[in-house]
Design a protein around this ligand. Structure first.
Ligand code: NAP
Length: 112
């Protein structure tokens, strides 16, 4: 049976990393994204491959909306080249940061 493919944003660390490994352990292939910590993302890719599944890490900054079209093209190309398909099966839309401040205290830069 073919594996299903999960796209997990912010899969290099924290909850997204945990989700990536848990979904791989359940038999899924993984596309994960990182913002700046490529080494962490590459380590996760290796761990998933050691579980016997395909994985790849792509760079994505969700704060840069202008990059989304190019990111979508990169995902389409990755799906075609690595999986010979045109779709993924699950999205875990996780990338982001936590700021422990009220809305009123949060600056525009922090929001961006
Ligand atoms: N932990 C909690 O208790 C909690 C509670 C409620 C909600 N959340 C939400 O759950 C999500 C994950 O939280 P976490 O605690 O696991 O965070 P984390 O450990 O700080 O990991 C954040 C992940 O998101 C990526 N990321 C950060 N900024 C990004 C950006 N601008 N564009 C794209 N990717 C970005 C990071 O990539 P790099 O590794 O490359 O930096 C990393 O993979 C966040 O959206 C957070 O707001 C967390």
């Amino acid at each position: 049976m073919d594996s299903k493919i999960a796209l997990i944003t912010g899969g290099s660390r924290g909850l997204g990393n945990n989700a990536a490994l848990a979904l791989a352990k359940k038999g899924n292939d993984i596309i994960l994204t990182y913002n700046s910590k490529q080494a962490d993302a590459d380590k996760t890719v290796k761990e998933i491959e050691q579980l016997g599944h395909k994985a790849i890490a792509l760079q994505l900054d969700v704060g840069n909306t202008k990059s989304f079209i190019e990111f979508a093209e990169q995902v389409k190309k990755t799906l075609k080249d690595k999986w010979s398909t045109d779709h993924f099966d699950f999205l875990v839309n996780n990338a982001g940061i936590g700021i422990h401040a009220t809305f009123a205290e949060t600056t525009e830069d922090e929001f961006d």
